[in-house]
Design a protein around this ligand. Structure first.
Ligand SMILES: *Cc1c(COP(=O)(O)O)cnc(C)c1O
Length: 235
């Protein structure tokens, strides 16, 4: 595909996604500018990131450290905000903090020290979202902290230098209506906000479920395939 054809395709997809966000906001009685779009560019080349920036995208999300690091370096001139949204290993956390502006997937205490060190080495504060699990207790492959761990985790982030606690992130579990999962998330967030009134961000909703996420208070939606097209099946 030529660059122009790809640009047109991305522009058309972006228009659809922005319209969906605006409609969801209208349905929920919220202003459209209350919800920010993070375009998830994982598996797609830096050339797409460049086209997206040209189309007005300001925030991009990546979930694998090596790919994210390379793309962020290649696109350093674009002034984008890089969101790290993937499972994070503690031995990679400092490196992630060297290019990520927002780390959305902080789900255990072990990550806090290395993230803070990485931010310090870069002399740049990093925004942190705590990823909370919406899976049933005992589920395999749980990603995210149990809601009961959030208070301790938040405290550690606030105590660490160079990290700013900004809010929560979650992924709706497979096999449950996203609306029910995001309703649970809204309750967890309401509790969390009582102790952390400034941590107002809520990252929830993807290509398939951004509407219920907006209904339940998302301030950021993370949308990949609805903008970029299907990813390769093997991840
Ligand atoms: C890949 C990914 C997304 C985007 O998913 P789509 O269904 O392609 O929109 C959102 N959030 C996380 C954590 C992801 O890993």
């Amino acid at each position: 595909m030529t660059d122009t054809a790809r640009r047109d395709e991305l522009a058309a997809n972006l228009a659809v996604v922005r319209r969906r966000i605006a409609d969801a906001c209208a349905g929920a009685g919220r202003d459209a500018d209350e919800v920010s779009l993070v375009v998830v560019t994982k598996f797609f080349p830096a050339s797409d990131v460049r086209l997206l920036a040209d189309l007005g995208v300001t925030d991009v999300g990546e979930n694998r450290h090596q790919e994210a690091q390379a793309k962020a370096a290649e696109c350093a001139d674009l002034g984008l905000r890089w969101h790290f949204i993937g499972g994070l290993q503690s031995n990679k956390a400092a490196a992630v903090a060297s290019y990520a502006d927002v780390v959305e997937s902080v789900d255990r205490a072990k990550l806090v020290g290395p993230l803070s060190r990485g931010a310090h080495d870069r002399s740049h504060e990093v925004d942190v979202l705590l990823q909370v699990s919406l899976d049933p207790p005992g589920a395999d492959n749980r990603s995210g902290a149990p809601a009961a761990d959030l208070a301790d985790l938040a405290h550690r982030v606030e105590e660490a230098g160079m990290l700013r606690l900004r809010g929560l992130m979650a992924v709706a579990p497979l096999g449950e209506e996203p609306d029910a999962a995001f309703a649970r998330l809204a309750a967890i967030r309401a509790d969390f906000l009582r102790d952390h009134p400034d941590a107002t961000l809520l990252s929830a909703g993807m290509s398939g479920d951004l509407e219920p996420a907006v209904t339940h208070g998302a301030t950021h939606v993370r949308v990949g395939s609805a903008v970029l097209g299907p990813r390769p099946a093997v991840q």
